[in-house]
Design a protein around this ligand. Structure first.
Ligand SMILES: [Zn+2]
Ligand SMILES: [Zn+2]
Length: 362
């Protein structure tokens, strides 16, 4: 079967034949139907996130369970599932209190090799690997949802939607009537905007430099937009929020933007850093800001509890209250991988989605 395989940083991604092992105890095989292209895939390809190779890329995927290993109880053959990139033990103090993103005993995702390429073992990416016709994951990474959600929308729940909506609802816990601003309107930033709508934020100010993304943010519920190539977003946000936002979200991973998002806060406000800057990045700020009760929050994977959050997000979609179709800019076949990557780099994509539907087994 075909897969998108990376053989080393900065090498072209190969679309080639791979094999996947049968699911072992506690494992599930998923026939992938759709998979989204996310910035973390790009970061692995360009080497800014180091990862062992060869690796089967992709981590934002949805499909149908087609085999389960011994002892699997949470899913069965035929279930529609969304892949979760979270591996957690389920037994440490963090897991016990419902904070699996803070698990202390999580298995190292860089050690799993369920695939073979050219007779050699190949790594799984981020506990998932989705740019492949069939993948094998741990039971806890296959989350059943309502099968009425189209696969391409379901796929996005597993990374972009969860990360963005979760940052607002699970991490910042934005309350009804609050003011908030979102910096950077890729798939994750746009999902932060929608998180604000779901939370009932009174003002949702969306910041980017691309007019098309600002338009989309407005359609998804932003009450105001700022083109930061023309206006100073900090001044506009302070004006619109009568002195500074209650919540800001940085969804770029850029230190200058993190500073703007911090400066745009009002007293008592909280910045949530959702974007991931280059490994080892440092940030300095005026400590006195904290005496106005300001906070800087980190956020991993939308502080997800996948078994609770994925079905909830699917239900919100089916009820028309979470928009996902609007985030899908383009659809590709796996063979068009190089073109999709170029589109992502140029900033033209909220999300590009690969369709793997109807492919042969092999
Ligand atoms: Zn991702
Ligand atoms: Zn744990």
């Amino acid at each position: 079967m075909r897969a998108a395989v990376l053989h080393g940083p900065d090498r072209p991604v190969a679309i080639e034949d791979v094999r996947v092992k049968d699911p072992g105890p506690g494992e599930v095989r998923v026939a992938i139907r759709a998979a989204g292209l996310c910035h973390s895939d790009l970061s692995v390809i360009d080497g800014s996130i180091p990862y062992p190779t060869p690796v089967v890329l992709g981590h934002e995927g949805a499909g149908v369970v087609d085999a389960v290993g011994r002892g699997v109880i949470a899913v069965k053959e035929g279930d529609t599932v969304v892949l979760s990139t979270l591996a957690h033990c389920g037994r440490c103090p963090a897991c016990e209190v419902g904070r699996p993103t803070e698990c202390r005993n999580a298995p190292n995702p860089k050690e799993t090799q369920p695939f073979t390429v050219d007779g050699k073992p190949a790594y799984q990416f981020a506990n998932a690997s989705a740019f492949v016709e069939r993948t094998v994951v741990r039971e806890q990474s296959a989350i059943p949802i309502d099968p009425r959600v189209p696969f391409e929308c379901a796929a996005l729940i597993g990374c972009g939607i969860m990360t963005g909506v979760g940052a607002v609802l699970n991490r910042a816990k934005v309350e009804t009537g609050a003011t908030m601003a979102v910096f950077g309107l890729g798939g994750i930033g746009l999902s932060c905007v929608q998180g604000g709508v779901l939370a009932g934020a009174a003002r949702i100010i969306a910041v980017d430099v691309l007019p098309a993304k600002l338009d989309l943010a407005r359609r998804l519920g932003a009450t105001h937009t700022v083109d930061s190539s023309r206006e100073d977003p900090v001044a506009v946000i302070k004006d619109l929020t009568r002195g500074g936002a209650d919540y800001t979200f940085e969804a770029v991973g850029n230190l200058a933007v993190i500073r703007q998002a911090l400066d745009a806060l009002g007293a008592g406000g909280a910045l949530t850093v959702v974007g991931v800057p280059k490994l080892g990045s440092r940030f300095d700020f005026v400590v006195h800001a904290l005496y106005q009760n300001k906070a800087i929050l980190g956020c991993r994977y939308g502080t997800a509890r996948p078994r609770r959050d994925f079905p909830m997000l699917a239900d919100l979609y089916l009820g028309g209250r979470l928009k996902i179709d609007e985030l899908i800019t383009r659809r590709y076949a796996l063979e068009e991988f190089a073109g999709a990557l170029e589109d992502l780099k140029s900033g033209g994509l909220a999300r590009g989605v690969f369709s793997l539907e109807g492919r042969s087994h092999g």
